[in-house]
Design a binder for this molecule. Structure first.
Ligand SMILES: NC(=O)c1ccc[n+]([C@@H]2O[C@H](COP(=O)([O-])OP(=O)(O)OC[C@H]3O[C@@H](n4cnc5c(N)ncnc54)[C@H](OP(=O)(O)O)[C@@H]3O)[C@@H](O)[C@H]2O)c1
Length: 320
């Protein structure tokens, strides 16, 4: 089967398409033929060899030559213990090594809602899980509260806007001029164009602040926070050594002694969260936004696109 592999850290050119052995499902696994996957900043960090990524992933060169997590595809075979899925089912979920024609999946596999395409389903796992956990678990968002989302137009942001609305919040979303209409269409109650207006100086206050882009300092952000607000750091600038963590450290230090609660987290895949997201997708409350799809052979271009830092929703890679 065709897989994306890399044997050294670097720019997107290090990614290669190679023939690798097609996996065989164990008794408790499902073999999925992947139709679509998507690129996330985590893969960017793993590919470029961010210092922190090297600590676990190989100091001088990657220990694991595979990349990718999000997937959507069709069940090609099932192990003998599998009863929930059958050959031909359309599925999606999360599995490492998803930049490939096939993966064997044991845990995160769900029936694809019929109202979304493979491309949309293949863009869900990392970004939507991050959005849900940021709002609900770390932002403690309650229906009726006011939430500000900084970095609303990217992969995580477009899910965050929609999930916040689904959870009953009043949503203010920050994005650039070209994305204002998109974000309004996703349901945001108020949209602030960061190229025209400084959201930290408009006198408004929020209960929850989801900081996806890390473009502002704590001193600036604090101006718009209610005294008991939750400030959730999802990401930050792509620093070369510790990446967005330098932003996390700066904010945490600056916020010491403040009444607001500051949280940083790394999203984790949970079955019950996937099932909730699945319901939101089925009901149409959440619609994955796909800016562009690249064929597997153009995976380096997909990564370059992500690397600009100006994706509009998700960047997808189609297979087959
Ligand atoms: N904590 C976790 O578990 C977790 C999980 C996934 C991702 N992340 C992190 O979250 C961050 C975003 O990920 P992503 O997948 O959403 O990235 P992405 O798809 O590349 O989106 C980046 C977005 O940031 C917007 N942006 C850039 N500068 C901005 C500014 N000054 N103000 C407001 N928006 C701005 C861009 O919109 P414009 O083009 O309009 O500027 C773009 O839509 C990354 O740092 C990633 O590492 C964390």
């Amino acid at each position: 089967m065709k897989s994306v592999t890399y044997s050294k850290y670097g720019a997107p050119e290090v990614l290669e398409i190679q023939e690798t052995e097609k996996p065989t499902p164990k008794d408790d696994e499902v073999l999925v033929q992947i139709r679509a996957t998507s690129v996330n900043p985590a893969e960017w960090y793993a590919m470029t060899g961010l210092f922190l990524a090297r600590l676990g992933g190989g100091l001088l060169k990657p220990k694991d030559s595979r990349l990718g997590v999000d997937y959507a595809g069709v069940v090609e075979a099932v192990g003998k213990d599998i009863t929930q899925f059958k050959v031909g089912d359309e599925v999606y979920g999360a599995r490492s090594g998803a930049f490939a024609e096939y993966v064997c999946v044991k845990n995160h596999i769900y029936l694809k809602p019929t109202n979304i395409t493979f491309e949309q389903a293949g863009s869900v796992a990392v970004a939507a899980m991050t959005a849900l956990q940021a709002l609900r678990d770390y932002g403690n968002l309650q229906a009726g509260q006011k939430v500000l989302i900084n970095g609303a137009s990217g992969g995580v942001g477009t899910f965050t806007v929609q999930i916040a609305k689904a959870l009953g919040a009043e949503v203010t979303a920050v994005c650039s001029s070209q994305n204002v209409e998109l974000i309004r269409a996703l349901g945001a109650d108020h949209v602030i164009d960061y190229t025209k207006e400084d959201f930290t100086r408009n006198g408004k206050r929020y209960d929850v602040f989801i900081d996806i882009v890390g473009s502002r300092s704590w001193r600036e952000c604090k101006r718009v926070l209610n005294p008991n607000a939750h400030f959730v750091i999802v990401g930050g600038k792509k620093g070369k050594v510790i990446g967005p963590l330098s932003h996390v450290i700066n904010i945490r230090l600056a916020a010491l002694g403040s009444s607001q609660k500051v949280a940083f987290f790394v999203a984790s895949f949970k079955r019950e969260d996937f099932l909730l997201l699945n319901d939101m997708l089925k009901s149409g409350q959440v619609k994955p936004v796909v800016e562009k799809s690249y064929p597997l052979e153009k995976i380096s271009d997909a990564m370059r696109h992500l690397g600009t830092g100006h994706a509009k929703g998700k960047i997808v890679v189609t297979i087959g």
